[in-house]
Write a protein that binds this ligand. Structure first.
Ligand code: S3P
Length: 171
């Protein structure tokens, strides 16, 4: 089975849903942000502060390309779609899934977050604007799943069903 790439905005639940999905489908699980942190032995915030976003994006792209294209669930950072090459890679090698989540839910989850450098200086309107700017890129995914009002397990189940139905539509 082709790998499943989970994409979506910060706070959409990619990491927790990804773990639940991996368990449900019996697939290996990888998280690009965690892999970057392990590789560099520092937090994403520290990495951004030291080297900036451009360097982070280069590293993120490299990590993406290094991950298996079969039998895996790959959770990506919210900005992975900023590079067209990353979108092409995910679509050509696997199944790209967009985890949509209402902005009100996202904003609530991000309210006291100090781990995501790109929102530290932004107010709610600016965060919403960033989401709107990125939305057309997320929409390039093969599948969109709205997880707004769902628990982690319900969301993972909904994604699993959507993937199954996408695969059956391919034949
Ligand atoms: C980012 C999202 C973060 C992380 C970094 C940049 C973004 O990942 O990769 O802070 O540009 O949206 P999450 O989506 O897991 O928060």
């Amino acid at each position: 089975m082709r790998s499943i790439y989970l994409t979506g905005f910060m706070g959409a639940g990619k990491t927790s849903i990804g773990h639940a999905l991996g368990e449900k489908l019996g697939l290996s699980v990888y998280d690009t942000d965690s892999l970057i942190e392990e590789k560099m032995d520092e937090s994403i915030s520290d990495y951004f502060a030291k080297y900036g976003e451009e360097d982070f994006r280069r590293l993120e792209g490299k990590v993406l390309l290094s991950l298996p294209v079969t039998d895996s669930v790959i959770m990506t950072g919210g900005g992975i779609i900023k590079r067209a090459d990353n979108i092409s890679w995910m679509k050509e090698n696997g199944l790209m899934v967009f985890l949509y989540c209402d902005m009100e839910v996202v904003l609530q989850r991000l309210e006291n977050d100090i781990t995501r450098p790109l929102i530290q200086e932004k107010n709610k309107e600016e965060i919403k604007a960033l989401f709107s700017e990125r939305l057309p890129l997320y929409k390039k995914a093969h599948i969109t799943v709205d997880t707004s009002s769902l628990s982690v397990n319900e969301a993972a189940e909904k994604v699993a069903v959507a993937i199954k139905s996408w695969h059956s539509g391919q034949h």
